[in-house]
Design a protein around this ligand. Structure first.
Ligand code: ZN
Ligand code: ZN
Length: 223
């Protein structure tokens, strides 16, 4: 079954606005374990009634605060223990600050693989986000290629895989999807929304450049 409609919903502005509002109202507190999480991107708006292609268009279910619980990443993992080996692969792309990692946290389950290039750079170089020392790029790329190869060959027992990246260029994006047998999830946003999020965050001004860069390079699908 295709989950496209559900994915699109989780990228939509009404959902993002609502889940953000509910996180503020909860003062960042997980309703299960009570932990207070200051970084709202680490909190999940969990639908108590699982969203499907059939109910996602019904705002009484998908956008009804009564059916939405604000929980932390750990509690969400426990909620969605999943069995069976489907091994879908998703490429999650979009502008910096379009909310890609928040989106993946909402969609993913315990036991999935997530390849986030920014996180990988940080893991290997211990530098702040988006600071990428050129001299170690071959090392980072080799690890990336190894994980991509594992995903491509469906090596191991993971459930689904998410590859998070900007991927503004249509051809690069489609080549990758083809080689991996992946589906796309576009983290839809406008440039203005991303800039607004930047202003509300404590990220350095430099990020404006990353956002501008992405929108300059972006080629949408089918053009
Ligand atoms: Zn919790
Ligand atoms: Zn959930």
């Amino acid at each position: 079954m295709s989950m496209d409609k559900v994915h699109l919903f989780y990228c939509s502005k009404p959902w993002r606005d609502l889940s953000y509002r509910l996180k503020i109202e909860a003062k960042g507190r997980c309703s299960r374990c009570g932990e207070v999480i200051e970084d709202f991107s680490q909190l999940i708006g969990h639908h108590k009634i699982e969203l499907t292609e059939d109910n996602v268009d019904d705002p009484n279910i998908s956008l009804n605060p009564i059916h939405i619980e604000i929980i932390c990443f750990n509690c969400h993992n426990k909620e969605h223990r999943r069995f069976g080996n489907k091994q879908h692969v998703y490429i999650v792309y979009g502008s910096p600050l379009s909310g890609k990692s928040t989106l993946v946290r909402e969609l993913m389950q315990h036991g999935d693989i997530v390849l986030d290039m920014d996180a990988l750079w940080q893991a290997v170089t211990f530098q702040p986000e988006y600071i990428k020392p050129k001299n170690v790029r071959f090392n980072v790329f080799k690890i990336r290629d190894d994980i991509l190869d594992q995903i491509k060959t469906r090596y191991g027992q993971w459930y689904d895989a998410y590859i998070i990246g900007g991927y503004p260029d249509k051809y690069e994006r489609e080549r990758l999807a083809q080689s991996l047998g992946a589906e796309f999830i576009y983290c839809e946003s406008t440039k203005e929304e991303c800039i607004k999020r930047l202003e509300q965050s404590n990220k350095p001004k430099q990020w404006l450049e990353y956002i501008n860069d992405w929108w300059e390079k972006y080629s949408p699908p089918g053009q």
